[in-house]
Write a protein that binds this ligand. Structure first.
Ligand code: HEM
Length: 478
């Protein structure tokens, strides 16, 4: 057995998974009946409080090892692609839904796709894309101004998803799909069904052939694939019209199509469309839900909202939207985003699978074992942060003296993951968050953010973790 030496002491005797504590389950189902899919993250976090930083639970025949110590989590995430990879179940579910792309592939396939994605999302590309980011934000401002003038409540997540889809499609596909101003846009109408369908397939205790087909998901998938095929055809046409783009693609889709059409390429059409969908899905929910949590938290913390608004007005002066340079001066707004992701990480758990027999925190973990990394417990632990449950953005400002220096805090809260598979969209995501926050705080006062039925805002996990049913009311500033 090939063993890596990670854990408390390299010479300590190894424990086995069956020696780990964990919740009692039923003979066949294991702990499946104790888990509500949409609250899985809260259940596994609760078990972490009861059973400690490494424990086990079982869904039918699949035994999970769950870890929550930030150091152990980081060492698992860094040990990729050779030691750990995304689970076979996720891979199969994504393939069955036709959106197998960078997020779900492993091994050599992942090594081939990753550089193309990285290049298309790097800061230089974001800078070149900046005028479009401003244009999409201006449209979004108009939409919210109309709602403010009409005194109507905004469906916060749905609106933010329009924004993030338009931005991702603009950057990755070079296509302006303008869901912000159109209620009939096909992507917008169907995309939101796909991630819940993926989560359901990954976590179902039943084998795939026993799960019922969902006609709404199938129809949504077909429609989205048709739209994506349209983007690919348009990109192929652009490459035919301007052959120099094959060597100098302007965006992700052109890079992928050029690579696919190169003689001898091992990319397939399915790889191209799977990656298109991956970009849309990975860029949409995550950023929109983080923004929704941020706006809700700012509403609940008026002093922080006030400080952020003052910073926006000071940095922008008379400008309507931040320039690319000004965006990097919005330190407190960025701190609000980091603090939001610490308390409300939209990816609260990452499931990795051991590629080979290995050791995690002194426990022998055989190849194929799913290891669930919990991202929130360390980030809200008093061991790492003062007053850990409080929303205090200033703790992220270097030299503020109110908490750990921003650098060490980032090693504990890892909302974008860690290691070689860390999120390639983080720079874009932070740019979008600062852009929307600046637009909001400069032009509006947040009159109210409430959940649909009133009462506390619930967390719902459907691949990403979102607030349930937030309604926003704005007052335009004069
Ligand atoms: C606030 C917004 C976002 C959050 C919190 C977030 C979070 C994450 C996390 C936790 C991972 C897994 C990292 C790991 O396994 O270590 C990930 C991967 C990924 N993200 Fe993001 N993400 C965000 C926005 C975006 C955007 C805007 C895009 C692109 C448009 C994007 C594209 C991807 C892709 C393609 C992967 C897979 C990377 C790989 O497996 O190599 N994400 N993201």
């Amino acid at each position: 057995m090939a063993i890596t030496t990670e854990g408390p002491r390299a010479d300590a005797p190894l424990r086995r998974i069956r020696d780990l504590p964990g919740p009692r389950g039923l003979p066949l189902a294991g702990n499946a009946l104790q888990i509500e899919r949409e609250r899985l993250h809260q259940q596994v976090e609760q078990w972490a409080r009861e059973y400690g930083q490494i424990y086990r639970f079982r869904i039918a025949s699949r035994e999970f090892v769950v870890i929550s110590d930030p150091g152990t989590v980081a060492s698992v995430l860094r040990d990729r692609p050779d030691g750990f990879q995304r689970g076979a179940r996720l891979n199969a579910a994504a393939r069955s839904l036709g959106f197998n792309g960078l997020f779900t592939v492993n091994g050599d396939e992942w090594r081939r796709h990753r550089p193309m994605v990285l290049r298309s999302l790097d800061p230089a590309h974001i800078k070149a894309f900046y005028p479009t980011l401003v244009k999409v934000t201006q449209r979004f401002e108009r939409r919210w101004r109309q709602a403010a003038e009409a005194g109507s409540a905004i469906d916060l997540q749905a609106d933010l998803m329009r924004y993030t889809v338009d931005v991702t499609a603009g950057l990755a596909f070079g296509t302006d799909i303008n869901t912000v101003e159109s209620d009939e846009e096909v992507i917008q109408r169907h995309l939101d069904k796909l991630l819940p369908a993926l989560a359901k397939r990954v976590l179902s205790p039943l084998p795939r052939w026993l799960t019922r087909r969902d006609p709404a998901v199938e129809a949504g998938l077909a429609a989205v694939h048709e739209a994506v095929d349209g983007f690919i055809a348009a990109a192929r046409q652009r490459l035919a019209d301007e052959p120099r783009l094959r060597e100098h693609p302007r965006n992700f889709i052109e890079a992928m199509v050029a690579e696919r059409d190169r003689p001898g390429s091992d990319l397939s059409d399915a790889d191209v469309s799977g990656n298109m969908l991956t970009m849309l899905l990975a860029g949409e929910d995550t950023t929109a839900n983080t923004l929704a949590w941020m706006i809700w938290l700012l509403h609940r913390h008026p002093a922080a909202a006030q400080r952020a608004a003052e910073e926006v007005r000071r940095v922008l002066g008379t400008g309507a939207h931040p320039t690319h340079e000004q965006l990097s001066q919005l330190d407190f707004v960025e701190a609000c985003a980091h603090e939001t992701m610490r308390l409300k990480p939209v990816a609260p758990l990452l499931i990795q699978e051991a590629v080979r027999d290995t050791v995690v925190d002194g426990v022998a973990v055989p190849a194929g074992t799913p290891v669930m990394c919990l991202m929130r417990p360390g980030a809200v632990s008093a061991a790492h942060f003062d007053d850990p449950q409080a929303f205090r953005p200033e703790r992220w400002l270097a030299g503020d003296g109110q908490g750990p220096a921003a650098g060490s805090a980032k090693r504990v809260a890892m909302p974008f993951g860690a290691g070689p598979r860390t999120c390639p969209g983080r720079y874009l995501a932070l740019s979008e968050m600062k852009m929307v926050a600046a637009m909001l705080l400069r032009n509006f006062d947040i009159a109210d953010v409430s959940s649909e039925g009133g009462g506390d805002v619930q967390e719902r996990l459907a691949f990403t973790m979102s607030p349930v049913g937030l309604r926003l009311r704005l007052r335009a500033r004069t």
